[in-house]
Design a protein around this ligand. Structure first.
Ligand code: PLP
Length: 307
């Protein structure tokens, strides 16, 4: 269970959570006209420091998502990062945290549109508690739901309303006994998980769908493409993936800020590779864990110290 934070950033200042209220008529609540982000802060006990992982990249995507909804937010990625640090400092967090920036149309009116509306911006920070055990390997299913298309609701933006698509896929998979869903796009190619990007290993090469295949342009995905090529010395191809390639993959994993890397060991009752966590996936999980925690000096430029 997520607990509510003591303080939040809302409408330009830091206020108690109990004072950051919105009305029932709020546009974003009715029509999903909002965008959000998800960033992690990792507490490093040895350094007595909290590191935000790639906050400028996350806030750049947040501002771009807002742009897709015609929102003009009066912030830069640097300013949003600074406000986030200030909020964490005031709450004195000394543990892993999850940061949720949110921008939504706050007008209390009826009427579906994106023009003549005023966005409001909030940042919430909560202690991070992992939802699923990411170590043991997940059993996933190919969802009967299709991914939202760029010409329907752009998947490259983190648009609040579009997450109904993710929720439908996730809950149907969960209620059928699976850990996660893999969602295909309208052409039948693999897009991503309900809220994670996907990689498979085929013939010793990692393959992941390109950013033109109706996926969120994941920061973890971008990070892992770099680490796979530069640290594991393995090639990465960004190309369309057919559904049946999932059944022939030697290794498979899902990735995202919250879950980091989830190894996939079964898909629709078929083992992935040997049915155990793949050796390259395992290596990557260890490496990624060290990088985000601030234990790999050469990747310090991806981290932003809070204290
Ligand atoms: C639909 C979707 N795909 C992929 C991701 C992974 O993105 P990131 O690595 O930037 O967290 C997320 C998580 O935000 C997501 O919601």
């Amino acid at each position: 269970m997520t607990t509510t934070p003591k303080l939040v950033f809302f409408d330009g200042s830091i206020v108690p959570y109990s004072e950051a209220k919105i009305g029932l008529m709020t546009h974003g609540l009715h029509y999903g006209t909002g965008v959000f982000g998800g960033i992690r802060g990792y507490w490093n006990d040895k350094h007595m420091q909290m590191y935000l992982f790639r906050p400028f990249d996350h806030y750049e995507r947040f501002l771009n998502s807002a742009k897709l909804l015609r929102m003009q937010l009066p912030y830069t990625k640097e300013k949003l990062t600074q406000e986030t640090c200030e909020l964490i400092q005031q709450m004195e967090y000394r543990e892993n945290v999850y940061i949720r920036p949110l921008a939504f149309y706050g007008d209390e009116i009826i009427g579906v549109r994106l023009h003549n509306l005023t966005p409001r911006v909030a940042i919430l920070v909560v202690p991070f508690k992992p939802a699923i055990n990411t170590q043991k390997g997940a059993h996933v299913t190919v969802s009967s739901w299709r991914r939202v298309d760029d010409n329907i609701i752009p998947a490259r933006g983190k648009v609040c309303g579009a997450y109904v698509n993710s929720a439908l896929a996730k809950t149907d998979a969960y209620l059928s006994g699976f850990d996660e869903a893999i969602v295909l796009d309208n052409s039948g190619h693999v897009a991503e998980g309900s809220a994670e990007n996907v990689f498979i290993l085929r013939h010793g090469v990692f393959v992941t769908p390109p950013i033109t295949e109706n996926i969120l342009e994941g920061i973890t995905r971008r990070t892992l493409i770099h680490l796979i090529q530069n640290e594991l010395g393995v090639q990465v191809q960004e190309r369309s993936i057919d559904r049946t390639e999932l059944f022939l993959a030697e290794e498979m994993f899902l990735c995202g800020t919250g879950v980091q890397i989830i190894p996939v060991t079964q898909i629709d009752h078929r083992p992935v590779g040997s049915g155990a966590v793949g050796p390259l996936t395992h290596k990557l999980m260890e490496l990624y864990g060290s990088v985000v925690a601030g234990n790999v000096e050469s990747y310090a430029s991806w981290l932003h110290a809070v204290y």
